[in-house]
Design a protein around this ligand. Structure first.
Ligand SMILES: *[C@@H]1O[C@H](CO)[C@@H](O)[C@H](O)[C@H]1NC(C)=O
Length: 167
């Protein structure tokens, strides 16, 4: 079935991209967090806490995307690699990125113009933090959408949500 072929190829591509951008986001948020801890030069507590939350979300996403790639390839018939398990993981991750990306965007008032603003230190890094958060949000949104379609097809065929991603 064509959908399975796309799933077999698409899963590692999409999960690798999510991991790749999460590692970048992890690096930026870890760097900012260490600066804020060392110099207390955040503009507001919101800015500091939301950066920390993005650090947590990046670590969460790197660890679990790696695990899910492992489940998908090495343990495809187990409950961990099932449609339901993917929906569970992707939904929690989607909530984290929605909260993280939206809240840092609100803190920065959209995006910063680094030539005119003089409120935030690390202007370029903060814009990158926001930008990559939305990139990851888009990828996770796409992934959950595809897995949901797979779940609906599987349910129609009678496999149910506990079945594997690939029939
Ligand atoms: C940022 O502000 C400068 C100076 O007002 C302006 O020339 C530039 O176009 C602005 N950049 C963006 C992306 O809005």
């Amino acid at each position: 079935m064509a959908f399975d072929t796309h799933m077999r190829r698409g899963h590692p591509i999409v999960f690798s991209l999510i991991m790749f951008f999460s590692i970048i986001e992890l690096a930026i948020s870890a760097w900012l967090t260490s600066r804020f801890n060392a110099h207390n030069n955040y503009f507001s507590l919101d800015e500091r806490d939301r950066t920390r939350f993005l650090l947590f979300t990046s670590i969460w996403t790197v660890v679990f995307s790696g695990l899910y790639m492992f489940f998908f390839f090495s343990l495809p018939d187990t409950v961990m690699a099932s449609v339901a398990s993917h929906i569970f993981f992707l939904f929690i991750t989607w909530v984290f990125w929605t909260a993280g990306a939206a809240s840092i965007t609100a803190t920065l008032g959209g995006g910063l113009n680094c030539t005119t603003q003089n409120v935030f230190v690390y202007c370029g890094q903060l814009n990158a933090l926001e930008g990559f958060a939305w990139v990851i949000w888009l990828l996770v949104t796409f992934a959950i959408f595809v897995v949901l379609i797979r779940g609906i097809l599987a349910a129609r065929r009678g496999d149910g949500m506990r079945g594997p991603l690939i029939a």
